[in-house]
Design a protein around this ligand. Structure first.
Ligand code: G3P
Ligand code: CA
Length: 262
């Protein structure tokens, strides 16, 4: 079966990552799902931002966690990206290209898509925020009816983390939510092919997959689903397709879909 194609931070090769425009582009292109990172603002809101600091992806500086939602809403999260530069005669990019995306606005957008969408939500730095990220995330998903989705729910959420503790917390709070343990190295404590209890899916980085040729066959032989990130290069795409993975997380969903003939 073809793997699911997830747009990493939206169609982030073409448009500013984590903006509504990048996510809507990925849905237009036919991505099966979207990946996003979430952090907490100083006043406890979940916002879609990858970096700990604001400097790379906005016109602000300093820590995301040191700002309130209102302060972050005043920043420009898009103009740094070449895909946001207005070409001659075009309208300047609208606010969907430049405004901070809250997780609530992303959930509203996927629920309004009118077709099935998978959403991979990665909690960033759970140790810094204590239990708060997972607690607030599960509470928000519950409010949207997405923590225990029924069989007909068009939107399916999976929570991911590099932290086994965070994955375990999510599992304990909402056992119906699938979880991914992200791996950028192979932890010594994890026996080959095994995942910690509470984890449903393995999420190795493509660098790890390249350096450990036995990793994917071992994980799959043990009956695990595997989602690989971030698969942008053609050679990496062929590698994971040959291995028969279940999900591909990419900045370039249109290229991956074209390779799959979709
Ligand atoms: O999809 C998993 C991947 O996003 C993890 O790495 O740094 O891009 O969040 P990062
Ligand atoms: Ca991520």
């Amino acid at each position: 079966m073809d793997p699911l194609v997830f747009a990493h931070r939206g169609a982030s090769a073409d448009l500013p990552e984590h903006t509504l425009a990048a996510y809507l582009r990925a849905l237009d292109e036919g991505a099966d799902g979207l990946e996003c990172d979430v952090r907490l603002t100083r006043d406890g809101h979940l916002v879609c931002v990858h970096d700990r600091r604001l400097d790379r992806t906005s016109n602000g500086t300093g820590l995301v966690s040191a700002r309130t939602l209102a302060e972050l809403e005043a920043l420009d999260f898009g103009s740094w990206h070449p895909g946001c530069a207005p070409s001659d005669g075009d309208e300047p990019p609208d606010e969907s290209h430049t405004r901070l995306l809250t997780l609530e606005r992303l959930l509203d957008a996927v629920l309004a898509a009118g077709r099935p969408v998978r959403l991979l939500i990665e909690t960033k730095h759970p140790s810094r925020y204590g239990r708060d990220v997972e607690r607030r995330l599960v509470a928000l998903l519950r409010r949207y009816g997405l923590a225990e989705p029924g069989p007909d729910s068009p939107v399916r959420v999976t929570v991911m983390s590099f932290s086994p503790l965070a994955v375990r917390r999510v599992h304990d709070l909402a056992p119906g939510l699938p979880t991914v343990l992200l791996l950028d190295v192979l932890p010594r404590w994890l026996p080959p092919g095994r995942l910690p209890s509470g984890t449903r899916i393995a999420g190795p980085g493509v660098g790890l997959v390249r350096s450990r040729p036995r990793l994917l066959p071992t994980l799959r032989a043990a009956g695990n689903q595997v989602y690989v990130w971030t698969v942008n290069k053609p050679a990496d795409l062929e590698l994971v397709l040959d291995a028969g993975v279940d999900g591909i997380i990419t900045d370039r969903p249109a290229h991956t879909l074209a390779r799959l003939g979709r």
